[in-house]
Design a binder for this molecule. Structure first.
Ligand code: G3P
Length: 214
């Protein structure tokens, strides 16, 4: 499974987000590897229309009603999102907020991928019962020559062994070798952004990463 986080990159915004979602769908169909597109909320509905599985990058613990300026799970679900990333190191959540958000999501057919910066945080997130726990060491996010797989293989192994939920890993992933290492150590999949979002030819990079699962 490959989760492509579009972040707020200009290269993955607006019509470019839609093109990227199309790429995700095409590569998934051709390779059989599950690929999830994670655009910004404003691009969500258009990305969903491509037929790609889409998540959002965040939701707030707010239900529908007299609230202004929040992202509700109900709204993004209605727009076609099938899940959300929560607590990403670029959007850290206070523990109480994270708990409230998970309480809103629980009982819904909506997937939650809770991110952790460290093995300790990964273990501390397990009681939230997310669908996925994503381990991403922040120091390698956006790196082009170091990745979670090359620099922290022992931590991947540790997180997979300690946490009883499917584990995703991310940060600096940029090769099929990175993917193979993560999968060999027990990760269910990877999160990736810059290697795809900023690529000259995102489709060719995504196909290379997908090869790591085949
Ligand atoms: O959510 C995935 C992301 O933080 C990893 O970013 O650019 O290192 O692939 P990147």
């Amino acid at each position: 499974m490959i989760v492509v986080n579009f972040k707020t990159y200009r290269e993955a915004t607006g019509y470019k987000a839609v093109n990227l979602a199309r790429v995700c769908k095409r590569v998934m169909e051709d390779t059989g590897v599950r690929i999830v597109a994670v655009p910004q909320v404003a691009d969500l509905r258009d990305c969903v229309e491509t037929g790609a599985e889409c998540w959002v990058q965040h939701v707030d613990p707010v239900v529908q009603g007299k609230n202004t300026g929040w992202i509700t799970v109900e709204d993004v679900e209605e727009a076609g999102a099938m899940g959300a990333i929560l607590n990403h190191s670029e959007h850290k959540l206070d523990r109480k907020i994270l708990e409230k958000t998970m309480a809103v999501i629980s009982g819904m057919a909506f997937q939650a991928c809770v991110c952790a910066d460290s093995p300790e945080e990964a273990v501390n997130c397990a009681y939230l019962k997310p669908n996925y726990i994503a381990y991403e060491p922040p120091e390698f996010i956006g790196s082009t020559d170091k990745s979670v797989s090359s620099e922290r293989p022992e931590v991947i192994e540790k997180v997979v062994k300690t946490v009883s939920y499917p584990v995703l890993v991310g940060a600096g992933v940029h090769s099929a070798e990175d993917v193979k290492t993560a999968v060999r150590l027990g990760a269910k999949g990877i999160l990736v952004a810059s290697d795809i979002d900023l690529a000259d030819v995102p489709e060719s990079n995504l196909r290379k990463l997908a090869e790591g699962f085949i």
